[in-house]
Ligand binder design. Structure first.
Ligand SMILES: [Fe+2]
Length: 387
């Protein structure tokens, strides 16, 4: 799957179901993939809400047995993955369903890679390390969000080093991605805010990526427009179904963008904060996004001016540089208005950890497509600017 210098692939699930009530199709989709016993990977919270049991019932009524594994922790670990592999093997499963946000999907991808290929999940860190397909895989999303239900990205924490391993592998793309806003209503405001800012970060980083294409640009800009319009109402009232529906489209579009244009230093650095302190991914991104954007500004001011327009800023009469500045100001304003902490200090991030996190950020695969190259000192400076 190596792509040439001038050619670009476009990776998405084979089937994507969107809209109110689409999760009702899960059973039919799992059955159509030839499954007879599926492992349903989820987290304890979703399991306690009864949502996993509902999906299990619905899939079993379509004629496929379901075994629930609710051991996907936030920032899922290699241990979570191998616990899931054991449950899959003990129950002789032949398919995987994930239900939740990024943690459930990423844990499920890790399980699938190990089931299909053998070995340890740590063997798959990097790009396209698998050689065999994973089992049939249906991902049902409950946050708007990480877009992990539709991407080839899988982020697993190494419990020895506390580093988040970036696994980018086309074979872990779900066969079917389901985004039903009915599963997103009622989620807490703080979760909606953090996951929505993660989606915005995906769109912004993909739009300024060095490997952006006309397809990813179209997805990214539309995602930014929708997030500017619908994230605040979704945070304000979690039962606002229209806002939830539009945010589901937005996160999916942002996923299409970054699944193919990749990301940049916001994610490379956020992965370190998540791995070191077990902090929520979306909050880390939201705080880092203005600081990294400020650093990136000189690389592609026109792109940031486009982002300002997509965020609803009026740039009439402004120079490109002034318009680009507006993008950063608008991101800060949105973050503050939905209750994202202003800096990393509020998350108890410590100055003495910045150097090692910066070193690891420079090794993270996501920074390869950042529009501006950064030295170690510059990455440390960006961390400091975000404190
Ligand atoms: Fe993300």
């Amino acid at each position: 799957m190596a792509l040439g210098e001038q050619t670009y692939g476009f990776f998405i699930p084979t089937v994507s179901l969107m809209g109110i009530g689409s999760a009702k199709e899960t059973g039919g989709q799992v059955k159509a993939l030839g499954a007879s016993r599926a492992l349903l990977v989820t987290d304890k919270g979703i399991s306690a809400m009864g949502m996993a049991d509902k999906i299990k019932e619905q899939v079993e009524s379509a004629g496929v047995k379901v075994v629930i594994f609710d051991g996907a922790e936030p920032n899922p670990t290699d241990t979570n993955v191998h616990d899931g592999v054991k449950v899959y093997q003990d129950n002789q499963c032949d398919a995987i369903i994930s239900l939740g946000g990024g943690s459930s999907h990423d844990c499920a991808k890790g399980i699938g890679l190990v089931i299909g290929n053998g070995g340890h999940i740590r063997d798959f860190e990097g790009v396209n390390k698998s050689t065999k397909p994973m089992p049939a895989f249906v991902a049902i999303n409950t946050t708007a969000g990480t877009a992990s239900e539709m991407t080839r990205f899988c982020i697993i924490t190494n419990t020895d080093t506390h580093v988040k391993m970036a696994i980018v592998d086309w074979r872990c793309t779900p066969n079917v991605a389901i985004n039903d806003p009915l599963l997103m209503v009622g989620k807490p405001a703080a979760l909606t805010a953090a996951t929505g800012m993660d989606a915005l970060t995906h769109a912004v980083e993909a739009y300024v990526s060095t490997i952006a294409t006309p397809i990813t640009d179209a997805c990214a800009i539309k995602a930014i427009e929708l997030i500017a319009q619908y994230l605040s109402p979704a945070v304000a009232n979690g039962d606002n179904l229209e806002a939830r529906d539009k945010m589901a489209y937005a996160e999916y579009l942002a996923g299409m963008a970054f699944n193919n244009a990749s990301l940049g230093y916001v994610h490379s650095m956020a992965h370190q904060l998540g791995g070191f302190y077990n902090l929520p991914h979306g909050v880390c991104n939201a705080i880092l996004l203005p600081a990294v954007s400020q650093f990136n500004l000189i690389a592609c001011p026109e792109r940031f001016a486009d982002i300002a327009v997509a965020l609803g800023e009026n740039i009439e009469g402004l120079s490109v540089a002034e318009a680009a500045d507006r993008a950063i100001a608008a991101i800060r304003r949105l973050s503050a208005s939905i209750g994202i902490p202003a800096g990393l200090k509020a998350l108890n991030v410590k100055e003495e950890d910045l150097k090692v996190m910066a070193e690891n950020a420079k090794k993270d695969a996501c920074q390869l497509t950042n529009p501006r190259k950064a030295s170690l000192e510059q990455v440390i400076e960006i961390f400091k600017a975000a404190m």
